[in-house]
Design a protein around this ligand. Structure first.
Ligand code: ADP
Length: 502
């Protein structure tokens, strides 16, 4: 296994993009940051500096929020819902037209394999936008058949209007940067909101590209504003801002709690998509030809830097050794390398810091008595590569089995109970409740177990089935609210009840 792939020179388009003066996108213009501070953007596969981008501070966030507030009341509010649909659809078309550049920038910035970037930017980037473009014309209120103030039936009318929640602050992580931006923009724009987007400091490039695409699509100035910046400065200023109506956050549970505290000042609405430690439960009758590749992908997709990653594997003891051996073989076959190489199945982790964090967990697994089946090492040389790692015979007293690692580490433990409640009790241990999967051919076991798993989303005979139309979000400390689907739109709307007495 080697990460050494020679000469993957970026395309002319990417070189031109990287060579730009990267500013903040506020009020439809590229503007300099007040502080003139910049941050370096690193290619995690080579550790080389790709470029530097301007980062915004509190004053820049103030400017962006003011631009978003102005736009909320301006031309944007007078567009028909059909016109909003067309603009969001146009943004999707622009994203498709720039798919090659968007995918390449995503790979250079984040490290993920090119094939995954291309596929996901289409399936969850432009198609996600089109899904929400369709919702703009389907936002309806109700008429309520009551007669308040004691008036006789027929002498009053009560109806509700669904209004945009207002100015939205979107704070997103580095693991799938463009998709995360689109996940916030799609429903926000469909609802008629305006947005200040703060990408993660590690991965600002595709968010900046989105600024260009919004302009090309004709989205009115100030409707989408993009301010790269640090979490503790720009992010914190956005979360605390008195003129922001809602924060849509994806990231760690720890930062999610800080967002809630910061949002309390003006009681802004908050939706949170946070961490996970999702179980994959395999029953003895499961079809192993699906389980092995499915479980390996579920655990190691995006190098395990994925909130839905299946990181705890529960296997019935009758097939435990066989499944562990085969998942270990599948994991060892993944080829690590730069995302731009067509031979790479898995890319690097995002940063040296993340690699150290993951290696720390792997060391704790070794010393806590878990059995290392495969992996357990970082690759020497340049790039933040860590081999996919499988530990067997873990239990929930171990740190590696309890805490979210956000790296390529899978923990396996066996179960023997035929009592589903007992299996679920073990699978539900811990503070998270984002995702989960059940693997069996028994339809009753499948649905009963799916109902018992305490998570916002459970898949049967696959892991992490996502689609723009399927609600997604966490129970317990995995989050507040749901994204995707109708519920994802509702999180950007507020209700006004109006009563008229005739
Ligand atoms: P991850 O563990 O995936 O890096 P984080 O929760 O640290 O996730 O970061 C997710 C996003 O939250 C990033 O855009 C980051 O800049 C931002 N962030 C970090 N700290 C804060 C904070 N105190 N307030 C607001 N945003 C923050």
């Amino acid at each position: 296994m080697s990460a050494a792939v020679p000469n993957l020179t970026p395309s002319q388009d990417a070189r031109e993009f990287l060579g730009r003066d990267h500013r903040l996108f506020i009020g439809g213009e590229w503007v300099a940051a007040g502080s003139r501070e910049t941050i370096e953007v690193i290619d995690p596969a080579t550790e080389a500096q790709l470029t530097r981008v301007a980062i915004g501070g509190k004053d820049d966030i103030d400017r962006a929020v003011a631009a978003a507030r102005k736009a909320l009341k301006g031309e944007w509010s007078r567009l028909t819902s059909h016109e909003r649909t067309k603009l969001i659809w146009k943004l999707a078309d622009e994203l498709d037209a720039h798919l090659a550049l968007a995918s390449e920038l995503e790979v250079l910035d984040n490290g993920q394999p090119l094939m995954i970037a291309r596929y996901s930017i289409q399936a969850f980037g432009s198609e996600f936008l089109r899904y929400y473009a369709g919702w703009a014309t389907k936002i309806t209120g109700d008429t309520i058949p009551v007669s308040p103030q004691g008036v006789r039936n027929g002498e009053s009318l009560t109806y509700t209007r669904r209004e945009p929640i207002g100015v939205v602050g979107a704070i997103i992580p580095w693991n799938a940067p463009l998709l995360m931006a689109v996940l916030k923009l799609g429903p926000a724009l469909a609802a008629g909101c305006t947005v200040v987007l703060k990408p993660a400091e590690q991965t600002p490039l595709t968010a900046l590209l989105l600024g260009d695409l919004c302009r090309k699509a004709g989205i009115p100035a100030g409707v989408v504003n993009i301010v790269p910046g640090l979490g503790e400065t720009a992010g914190a200023a956005l979360a605390a801002h008195p003129d922001v109506d809602k924060i849509a956050f994806t990231g760690s549970t720890e930062v999610g709690k800080k967002i809630i505290a910061a949002a309390a000042g003006n009681l802004k609405r908050v939706t949170l998509e946070l961490g996970g430690k999702s179980p994959m439960v395999v029953f003895p009758d499961a079809d192993l030809s699906r389980v092995i590749p499915g479980v390996a992908r579920g655990a190691f997709f995006l190098q395990g830097q994925n909130c839905m990653a299946g990181t705890r594997l529960f296997v019935h003891r009758d097939i435990f050794d066989r499944v562990v051996e085969q998942v270990g073989e599948a994991a060892s076959k993944f080829r690590l390398g730069p995302g731009m190489s067509p031979d790479s199945d898995l890319g690097p982790l995002i940063s040296a810091e993340q690699r150290e964090r993951v290696m720390g967990y792997i060391d704790s697994g070794r010393t806590s008595g878990a059995e290392l089946v495969c992996g357990g090492e970082a690759l020497p040389g340049r790039g933040f590569f860590v081999k996919p790692t499988l530990f067997a015979n873990t239990n929930m007293d171990m740190k590696i089995a309890r805490e979210e690692i956000f790296g390529p580490v899978l923990c396996a433990q066996s179960f023997r109970d035929s009592e589903l409640e007992a299996v679920a009790a073990e699978a539900n241990k811990g503070i998270y409740g984002l995702s989960g999967s059940v693997w069996t051919r028994d339809i009753s076991v499948a649905h009963r177990m799916a109902a018992l798993i305490d998570a916002g989303q459970v898949s049967i005979n696959c892991h992490a089935a996502v689609d723009p139309g399927i609600p997604f979000g966490g129970n317990k400390q995995s989050g507040w609210g749901r994204e995707f689907g109708r519920e994802g739109l509702e999180a950007y709307l507020k209700t006004k009840a109006t009563t008229v007495m005739y």
